[in-house]
Design a binder for this molecule. Structure first.
Ligand SMILES: C[S@@+](CC[C@H](N)C(=O)[O-])C[C@H]1O[C@@H](n2cnc3c(N)ncnc32)[C@H](O)[C@@H]1O
Length: 308
């Protein structure tokens, strides 16, 4: 792993909104460099159960295990597997669940992982515990599948032209590195347009390869079973596709469904769907001071709800 430290995003806001108390048990679904985990363990006499799919976090896990002993437990697994892990290990419901969605600085700044278009590296982008990598997608998926991935996860309007070019070029020779892909984008669209399109294509591949949106939908739905009454769900997300999923989930679980009928002259409010209450109406965003120190925090949004 690269030495680049991951600066925890909105750490104070996360701690405050998790409502940390002595005796509480908290789940950190995205351990990373353990920034949230260690702060939760330092703040009160708590326990933390952490998850990360990436095995390169294990040395950091060991450091925290040495420091906090039994108060800290770690599972190398995807956060969609938290609920089955709890069920298999007889772990009770918890007081809080925090998710800090996306890649860590260590992942993005380690060239050989292939997450960054700034470094030449094998096309991988696998966060760990993956069935797929970006090279496989680029070289084996059909033109329409590639175009859909670029459009859906990168919101790239010129997805079709790029998919067509990739399929034609890979017929001559497989596309194996980040710079080969960057070169194809530059060649097709020109340097200036490519500077906008390349980040979107890398984002799309990363989201698809790691099934990031599927993972997020899964854990949000499982959070209802993981949290005690009064337990908090805190999610920090970084782009509109993720934030839309979090917002819609919160809306569906905190607002009564309204049914209108032209035969019944009253609004019927159905509360059956409600399992959370809002804590903050709007998303919390990082302060200007935080963004000045850590520009990677600039697009972060923190949303929080409490289990009924
Ligand atoms: C932004 S970092 C978390 C940083 C952490 N909050 C800290 O302060 O050090 C995100 C981490 O979540 C992990 N991750 C992303 N998606 C995951 C998933 N579906 N299941 C488990 N871990 C995941 C990544 O491997 C990465 O290490």
């Amino acid at each position: 792993m690269q030495d680049t430290p991951h600066i925890p995003v909105m750490l104070n806001e996360v701690l405050e909104n998790l409502n940390i108390k002595d005796g509480g048990v908290y789940v950190d679904g995205t351990f990373g460099n353990g920034g949230y985990t260690s702060a939760i363990l330092d703040k009160a006499n708590t326990k933390v159960i952490a998850f990360d799919r990436d095995e390169t976090v294990l040395p950091r896990v060991k450091e925290l295990k040495d420091k906090y002993g039994e108060r800290f437990t770690f599972f190398q697994n995807c956060f969609s597997q938290i609920l089955p892990t709890f069920q298999n290990n007889g772990i009770d419901k918890v007081n809080g669940l925090v998710l800090d969605i996306g890649v860590s600085s260590m992942q993005i700044d380690t060239p050989e992982r292939g997450f960054s278009f700034r470094f030449d590296a094998p096309l991988s982008m696998a966060m760990g515990k993956n069935d797929l990598d970006a090279k496989e997608v680029i070289n084996n998926f059909s033109e329409s599948e590639l175009s859909d991935i670029f459009y859906k996860y990168g919101e790239e309007p010129r997805s079709r032209a790029l998919a067509r070019r990739i399929v034609s070029l890979r017929g001559e020779k497989p596309i194996c590195t980040t710079f080969e892909l960057v070169g194809i984008i530059k060649n097709l669209f020109g340097e200036w347009q490519a500077s906008k399109i390349t980040p979107r294509i890398f984002q799309a591949l990363r989201i698809f390869v790691n099934d990031e949106l599927g993972e997020l939908e899964h854990i949000l739905s499982d959070s209802e079973s993981l949290l005690k009454s009064g337990g908090r769900l805190v999610v920090v997300d970084f782009h509109s596709l993720e934030d839309r999923i979090v917002k819609n989930f919160i809306k569906s679980k905190t607002e009564a469904k309204q049914t209108f009928s032209r035969y019944v002259p009253i609004d019927i409010k159905n509360n059956e769907n409600l399992s959370f209450k809002s804590v903050n109406k709007n998303a919390i965003i990082p302060s200007k001071q935080e963004v000045d120190v850590n520009p990677r925090a600039r697009s972060a949004k923190l949303r929080v709800v409490e289990k009924l």
